[in-house]
Design a protein around this ligand. Structure first.
Ligand code: IMP
Length: 199
């Protein structure tokens, strides 16, 4: 059983992405946990050198916990296409290139996939690390199929080509509140909250 983080305790969010930090802050609000962004503490952003979602999430969380002396939360996520041996996987952000253009990344998936099986899933791994080296990892997945051409402007990343099982619309088209309830991230967060937050 991992340790718990209780009301009034501080937690570093090991991310420099303001959107991500805001989303996590909102999630932690009911538990009274005080979220602090890594940028606000002047913590550097470590290079993601591991080969798994778990490895990269843990690497970021441990770096932030060691540098701040506080527990730290990090995430790593991406799109996994089985017929591409799991690509783009941990390289999901990198496939969009320096300009972060996901039209290029989605085109590359389409090109490499050809007429192979279109099954895919999103993965999110959350890592919580403490300064003494303890860690807890939580994985969430949402499974579905890929579709082209991309559809919908409401999401980000690979959302316009992903249709979750039991739905007809892409993640770029569905109501964002619905996506936030069924997503890989929502599932990982639910596990994290159950295991580590509150009394
Ligand atoms: P990270 O910030 O290193 O975890 O990068 C994750 C990358 O995976 C993002 O840049 C997106 O390309 C992709 N990704 C993760 N979650 C989603 C999602 O919910 N929708 C679309 N793309 C996602």
């Amino acid at each position: 059983m991992p340790r718990r983080i209780r009301a009034g305790e501080r937690l570093v969010i090991a991310s420099h992405n303001p959107g991500k930090i805001a989303e996590i802050e909102k999630l932690l609000m009911p538990y009274g946990v005080i979220a602090i962004g890594a940028g606000a503490l002047g913590l550097p952003e470590p290079e993601e050198t591991e080969t798994t979602f778990e490895g990269n999430a843990a690497l970021k969380a441990h770096a932030a916990a060691a540098a701040s002396g506080l527990p730290a939360l990090a995430d790593d996520s991406g799109l996994v296409v089985l017929a591409l041996d799991g690509a783009p996987g941990i390289y999901s952000a990198r496939w969009a290139g320096p300009k972060k253009d996901f039209r290029i990344a989605m085109k590359r998936v389409e090109r490499e996939l050809g007429d192979k099986d279109r099954k895919a899933h999103f993965v999110a791994v959350l890592a919580l690390a403490w300064p003494d080296g303890e860690e807890a990892l939580f994985r969430g997945e949402v499974h579905g199929v890929l579709t082209w051409p991309p559809r919908g402007e409401r999401g980000f990343g690979y959302d316009p080509i992903f249709i979750a099982d039991d739905y007809d619309q892409t993640f770029g088209e569905i109501d964002p509140d619905l996506k936030h309830r069924i997503s890989h991230r929502a599932r990982a967060f639910a596990k994290l909250v159950a295991a580590c937050f509150g009394e």
